[in-house]
Structures are given as structure tokens and as C-alpha cells.
Design a protein around this ligand. Structure first.
Ligand code: ADP
Ligand code: ADP
Length: 218
């Protein structure tokens, strides 16, 4: 579970996140919807402890993520800029990440299979398409078998097959009881993927509602 409480983040001239409160519950996909610049990435970075809040707090399973004893087993995240060595194979990239977090090599093969990259596991990631890079990033997020997952705009730049694949993966992860926060600026995509919507604009909460409340009238 993710619990965001009165979270505010102010940069020199911008309030990126403005007194934002919401919860992300297990067993469903929570779509985090808002236009570009609304504060979605900043909120995710605050939840991961990659930025410090100006005020308020974000708790993951009841405590700040930075205090989690085994962070990668607690939260998996796909953020926009995941650093990879272009010369490394997909397998070795994941193996290095696993080793850093005390995760066994067996998981590397498992997550590669889960994201459909087994056939290219030994290829250099420098030659990967955007869709393959997204899959690799998602494989990294899944390595620790975390109960909580956050994906920042994972369908950006993907072809229709890739978009459908992400949708199917998100539904499957939620069905396993995981807590999923999925950001997007596309209402049309969230209507197909999410169970619950947290909508923000200019860093502020606009709506926090089951998707069914928005669609059942039609
Ligand atoms: P979104 O993910 O919804 O597109 P962001 O969280 O990336 O939105 O950005 C929210 C606002 O905060 C934007 O106005 C952005 O320019 C600003 N912002 C984000 N990160 C920084 C930063 N490190 N320094 C200054 N401003 C930032
Ligand atoms: P540190 O906390 O010392 O920076 P980590 O090994 O925790 O080092 O993180 C290394 C990289 O992995 C960082 O760039 C961070 O953004 C990323 N990272 C940390 N936790 C996760 C996670 N749960 N899922 C995906 N990436 C993560």
C-alpha cells in the first residue's frame, strides 16, 4: 500500500506537488492521470525517496521507502530515466542489478521470460528498440518480486502491440494482489487499464475515484 499524505514539493519557482493526499490500494491498477507537468513523476520520485518533500510524507507499507530493509523487494519502479550500459547484455544488466540488491540469479531468467526478452537476453541493450528498453526496465522492477509497483508513463512511444502488452501485464500484476501505480497523460488508455483513478493537475488532486464511477453512466 502507498499512502501519500499532504505531500508538497516546491522547486525554486514551481510547486510541482501541492498538498497532495491519496492512497494506492492492493489488488487493483491505480491510474495516476494528469497532463504533462502535472507532478506525476515528482510524486513517484518522492515516494521512492529520490527527492525530499518540502512538507508532508509518502509511506510505503507504513514507512518511508528509504527505511525499508530490502527496498527492491518492497517496491519495483520504472521511471523515465533508467540508466543502462549500452554494451551490456540484457542478462548481465539484470544480473548486476540483482547482485546489488542480494537477489539470486534465478530471478534474472524468470523476469526475462515474464517480459518476453528471453530470445534477446544475450544481446547488447544498446541495440534495443524503445519497446525492448521498456520491457527491460519493467523486468528490473519485477526482479525483487515486490508487492508494490510504480510505472511512470510506460506506454509512451510504444506501438499498439506494446501498449496492449503493458495493459495485459498490469492487469495480471493486479490480479496477483499487487499494488500498482501507473502514470499516464492518456485518459483513453487509463479507461482500458485502470480500476481506480487518481487525477492531478498543477500538483493538486483533481479526483480520486473508482473508474466505474466515471464510466457506468455510459
Ligand atoms: P509530470 O510527471 O506529470 O509530467 P513532473 O513531476 O515531471 O510532471 O513535473 C511537475 C512540475 O515540476 C513541472 O512544472 C516541472 O517542470 C517541475 N519540475 C520537476 N522536476 C523539477 C526539478 N528537478 N527542478 C525544477 N522543476 C522541476
Ligand atoms: P542508492 O540507493 O545507493 O542510490 P540503489 O542500489 O538503491 O542505490 O539504487 C541504484 C539505482 O536503482 C538507482 O538509480 C535507483 O533509482 C534505482 N532503484 C532503486 N530502487 C529501485 C527499485 N525498487 N526499482 C527500480 N529501480 C530502483
Amino acid at each position: 500500500m502507498i499512502d501519500v499524505k499532504h505531500l508538497t514539493k516546491t522547486y525554486a519557482s514551481t510547486t510541482a506537488v501541492d498538498d497532495l493526499s491519496f492512497r494506492v490500494e492492493p489488488g487493483q491498477v491505480t491510474g495516476f492521470l494528469g497532463p504533462n507537468g502535472a507532478g506525476k513523476s515528482t510524486t513517484m520520485r518522492l515516494i521512492l525517496g529520490l527527492a525530499t518533500p518540502t512538507s508532508g510524507q509518502a509511506l510505503v507499507n507504513g514507512r518511508p521507502y528509504r527505511e525499508a530493509p530490502e527496498p527492491m523487494r518492497e517496491v519495483g519502479a520504472l521511471l523515465d530515466a533508467t540508466a543502462v550500459h549500452p554494451g551490456r547484455s540484457a542478462y548481465n544488466h539484470l544480473l548486476a542489478l540483482a547482485a546489488t540488491h542480494g537477489i539470486g540469479e534465478i530471478r534474472v531468467a524468470e523476469v526475462l521470460a515474464q517480459v518476453g526478452l528471453t530470445p534477446v537476453a544475450r544481446k547488447r541493450v544498446g541495440g534495443f528498440s524503445l519497446g525492448m528498453q521498456q520491457r527491460l526496465g519493467i523486468a528490473g522492477a519485477l526482479l525483487g518480486d515486490p508487492a508494490v509497483l510504480m510505472f511512470d508513463e510506460p506506454v509512451n512511444g510504444l506501438d499498439p502491440d506494446g501498449v496492449r502488452w503493458i495493459r495485459h501485464l498490469m492487469r495480471g500484476l493486479a490480479a496477483e494482489g499487487r499494488t500498482i501505480l501507473l502514470s499516464s497523460h492518456l485518459m483513453s488508455e487509463m479507461a482500458l487499464t485502470a480500476d481506480h483513478l487518481v487525477i492531478i493537475g498543477r500538483g493538486r488532486l483533481v479526483a480520486d475515484t473508482p473508474l466505474s464511477d466515471l464510466t457506468s453512466a455510459y
